[in-house]
Write a protein that binds this ligand. Structure first.
Ligand SMILES: [Zn+2]
Length: 140
């Protein structure tokens, strides 16, 4: 027995089609097995494509969100701070972000002391340099 596939129009032996009791012929001739396989492949490609696009867009969104948070947490003052466990003195206008960076680089930030808060970065840098001169570590 042979059927013609309504999808690819090819005439194939009945083994090329899936059985379907609801069809008069006993076979689903709307799509042969290879047409069904092709359609699955197309769909899973589509799904893969959709997923990767979703992750990509999401990554952008997350980055933008982090940027925004960073901007909002930035103050217009400059803090000179000491990481007591590290004997490290630094200055920043965004202490919480700076501490996060220190934490990520493996520094011990369990004890933070604010040494001073300044209106300009110049003053903060001067103060920081003073601490570095007397032996505290810091960004060169
Ligand atoms: Zn077909």
């Amino acid at each position: 027995m042979e059927f013609s596939c309504s999808c690819c129009k090819k005439v194939k032996p009945k083994e090329g089609f899936y059985k379907n009791k609801r069809q008069r012929s006993g076979y689903d001739t709307s799509r042969c097995k290879s047409c069904i396989k092709d359609r699955h492949a197309e769909r899973s490609e589509g799904i893969k494509e959709y997923r990767s696009r979703y992750y990509r867009d999401n990554a952008e969104e997350k980055k933008a969100y982090a940027r925004e948070r960073r901007k909002r947490s930035r103050s217009d003052k400059f803090t000179v701070y000491l990481l007591e466990k590290e004997m490290y003195v630094g200055q920043t206008n965004n202490l919480s972000y700076r501490l996060k960076q220190h934490r990520a680089s493996g520094k011990n930030v369990s004890k933070v002391v604010e040494l001073g808060i300044y209106d300009t970065r110049r003053e903060a840098l001067d103060r920081e340099a003073m601490y570095h001169r007397i032996g505290y570590k810091g960004k060169k």
